[in-house]
Design a protein around this ligand. Structure first.
Ligand code: BDR
Ligand code: CA
Length: 313
């Protein structure tokens, strides 16, 4: 079983990622840490609490993290207006974040992983501020994190929050740069691959009918998000970016990965732009890989099958 921390900014697709992880016996979710991104950190922490209550897993702790990016002026997601998930869609809960800061929780878990020899994986589906902060604390934090699987970046695809940049990278490019330069092994799932799998109406119907109140809530939230940009996506449906790094931990054979040396621009005019060198010694020597293709049908089947474990909850 792989021990993971979900570092997220829920976020509709973050909710899908959290539900998928909690429905998967291969993963042990030690905690959910949250960060400012799609929404302010108070809302992302409240949404994580609601997600865990919805999943019937109030035992999993939530830790609120960084409230702003390291250097740049703050931005939020296009759907920030959704803010905290509305109570009529995702029911209110008495679950609250723990008193400790997300960065402390991540650092302590990493140090414990070193002490116990149990590898820790971080699944990051928001801006990388918490992880950059944790990695600066001491070398044991870095040593304790076996791999970071990240939704972020755009290489051949256009950006989504700016023409040149994907949201998670744009929201905190300095943090992304620090994480990618840390030397911790990284598997990155950029828009190039996340836009290969779209959630269509038939998928939402299956969630509604077969996955209990969690499936209904997720389908309703998807319906509230922007799902109609056929010009951008090429067909009806909407993206579900953040499930990809979780799915990779469950079924790596669904993805075609390539080693690369990866960088993130931090300059004013190209902030958050990601670039990759797939050739040469840098890619071979580096510890990063980028997803290039996904078996979209198998991925969505995996998600929908796993969500069915919520049918009776
Ligand atoms: C990423 O940005 C967020 O809005 C989504 O939750 C996802 O993590 C996609 O660019
Ligand atoms: Ca996210």
């Amino acid at each position: 079983m792989t021990a993971i921390i979900m570092d997220a900014d829920p976020g509709v697709d973050d909710l899908a990622a959290i539900l998928l992880a909690l429905a998967s016996p291969e993963l042990s979710v030690l905690g959910v840490t949250t960060v400012a991104g799609n929404v302010p950190v108070e809302a992302s922490a409240a949404n994580a609490c609601k997600a865990l209550a919805l999943a019937g897993r109030k035992d999993v702790p939530v830790f609120a993290g960084c409230s702003r990016p390291l250097v740049r002026a703050q931005i939020f997601g296009k759907h920030a207006y959704l803010g905290a998930f509305p109570d009529h869609v995702v029911p209110a809960t008495d679950k609250r974040p723990e008193p400790a800061h997300a960065v402390s929780f991540i650092a302590d878990a990493a140090r414990q992983a070193v002490a116990s020899g149990t590898p820790l994986t971080i699944c990051a589906t928001g801006p990388l501020t918490n992880l950059a902060m944790a990695l600066t604390l001491d070398e044991n934090v870095k040593a304790g994190i076996a791999r970071i699987v990240i939704m972020g970046g755009a290489f051949t695809a256009l950006g989504n929050r700016a023409p040149w940049a994907e949201m998670n990278m744009l929201a905190d490019p300095h943090a992304a740069h620090a994480v990618l330069a840390s030397g911790v092994p990284v598997s990155l799932f950029p828009l190039d691959v996340t836009l290969q799998a779209l959630v269509e109406d038939s998928h939402l119907q299956r969630m509604r009918e077969g996955a209990g109140r969690a499936g209904r809530a997720l389908a309703d939230l998807f319906q509230l998000s922007d799902r109609s940009d056929i010009d951008r996506y090429g067909r009806p449906g909407g993206p579900i970016h953040d499930i990809m790094p979780v799915a990779f931990l469950l079924a790596p054979e669904l993805f075609e990965m390539r080693h690369a040396a990866i960088g993130v621009e931090t300059g004013d005019h190209t902030m958050g732009h990601t670039y990759a060198d797939f050739s040469g010694e840098a890619a071979a020597a580096g510890s990063a890989e980028i997803a290039r293709r996904v078996d979209d049908q198998a991925l969505l089947s995996l998600l929908l099958d796993r969500l069915e474990t919520y049918a009776s909850k």
